[in-house]
Design a protein around this ligand. Structure first.
Ligand code: AMP
Ligand code: GLY
Length: 423
């Protein structure tokens, strides 16, 4: 079967790496891909949101399945676009349809969904420009820190956590009246602050049944000790040591099952990955957010632990046969550490030559922001490479990730040296 993966980051390189191991694969295509995916298949220079060009590539290359990496095309309705076009309606798309993708596309939708299905999450209210005064009044009833979330997609920047009441009021006004995050902040969700340790839970569903994939913990802040600005993610570990069987039973019973049943009950068509951002509040799991895709860099530690054939698994999702699948998970711990461009997550330069990838040993190097310039691999994004290793525990795995990072070099390269410090 020919497969098309949409996206260009470390997550998509990992999908490509995993799919390339399947004997069901004929030819692999990645749009737009990066220098890493180019060694596993053909990169197509098509944007993930150019549905018409994607359709053209699917027909031309006789693609039998499309796997969608990032959220944008899902929230924009790529799955529906396929289903509504008789020429491509038969081609399976991995990822929810547009209505269900609102779980990530609208924080208000996600909060109301959780409320309807009694899924534990922070208490909240939502506000628009017309209810700004009520928003101020609601903030006054809360104790700090204050959590403000732009309703729509804001490239991971739409959540503000503020200690000061006046600052929270000013930010609320900036979001609602001055469109701080554009249309995404026309509605703002204000919620209770939850104090605990975060983890990511990944669920694969065919719309009826589900499988819980390995858990992972992501390190979002740029600085060591979880300080500084939020990034897309600086490293990840799987499994999460504190997500033991008793905690995961609560996650399944209180969160995963009600989510999958809720989607079904509300006729929200979902065949794909659900990423549930969780927080452990004194042993009680609560949902911070839903994403309608895999996490990045969590994918770089979750998929390497999955021993199942990826194409068979994706076919089971699209054919509604997930109940017949048994997951086979590598018991070892996987870790990944991201090498990023100096300056990220603020302004940074691109185009620096990356050296030393051939010198690595005992790690898998997933490309995130890279491209070819002539025949050299150069930096092409804030997050550049993810270095994944295995070990009997996270310390052993991290030792290998760090040893291999030391062999890689590009100008202004930075990585956190304390991934896993809190475990
Ligand atoms: P989100 O984009 O919803 O994942 O939020 C970004 C980050 O903000 C999360 O990963 C959490 O670290 C933090 N956050 C979001 N909501 C809350 C909350 N209610 N309480 C505490 N921290 C939160
Ligand atoms: N690592 C967090 C995310 O993918 O959103």
């Amino acid at each position: 079967m020919n497969i098309l993966i949409l996206g260009s980051g470390g997550r998509e390189h990992t999908f490509a790496w995993k799919i390339a191991q399947s004997n069901k694969l004929n030819k692999l295509f990645i749009a737009p891909g990066n220098a890493g995916t180019a060694s596993l298949g053909d990169n197509l220079s098509i944007s993930v949101n150019d549905f018409k060009a994607i359709k053209g590539a699917v027909l031309e290359n006789e693609i039998g399945m499309v796997i969608v990496g990032p959220e944008d095309p899902l929230v924009n309705g790529i799955h529906d676009y396929f289903l509504n076009d008789p020429e491509i309606a038969h081609i399976p798309v991995i990822g929810p349809q547009q209505q269900a993708a609102q779980l990530e596309g609208s924080k208000e939708f996600a909060k109301a969904f959780m409320s309807r299905h009694n899924i534990p999450t922070a208490a909240y209210q939502s506000f628009t420009k017309d209810s700004l005064e009520e928003g101020y009044a609601f903030l006054e009833t809360l104790s700090p820190p204050y959590v403000l979330k732009a309703d729509g997609l804001a490239a991971g920047k739409g959540v503000l956590i503020l200690d000061d009441l006046n600052e929270a009021k000013n930010e609320l006004k900036a979001m609602l009246e001055d469109a701080k995050f554009g249309a995404a902040s026309a509605t703002v969700v204000i919620e209770e602050f939850l104090d605990g340790i975060e983890l990511s839970c990944f669920v694969l569903t065919d719309g009826k049944d589900y499988k819980v994939l390995p858990t992972a913990k992501d390190y979002k802040r740029i600085g060591e000790g979880d300080t500084g600005l939020n990034t897309g993610g600086m490293g990840a570990i799987s499994p999460v040591p504190f997500a033991d069987e008793s905690f995961m039973k609560k996650v399944r019973d209180q969160i995963v099952i009600p989510t999958v049943k809720g989607l079904q009950k509300e006729a929200l068509p979902y065949k794909g990955f659900i990423f549930i951002g969780l927080i452990n509040v004194d042993g009680a799991p609560k949902v911070i957010e839903y994403n309608v895709r895999m996490g990045d860099p969590e994918t770089e530690v979750v998929l390497p632990r999955l021993k199942n054939d990826m194409i068979s698994l994706m076919l089971a999702v699209s054919n509604g046969k997930l109940a017949e699948v048994e997951l086979d998970i590598d018991e070892r711990t996987a870790t990944t550490v991201m090498a990023v461009s100096g300056g990220y997550p603020e302004a940074y330069k691109k185009g620096y030559t990356i050296e030393g990838i051939e010198e690595t040993n005992g790690a898998v190097i997933f490309h995130a922001g890279t491209r070819f310039e002539d025949d050299k691999v150069v930096t092409n994004g804030g997050r550049v490479l993810a270095v994944t290793s295995f070990g009997v525990n996270h310390k052993e795995a991290l030792a290998s990730s760090y040893e291999n990072l030391a062999r890689i070099n590009f100008k202004e390269m930075y990585y956190r040296k304390d991934i896993g410090f809190d475990l």
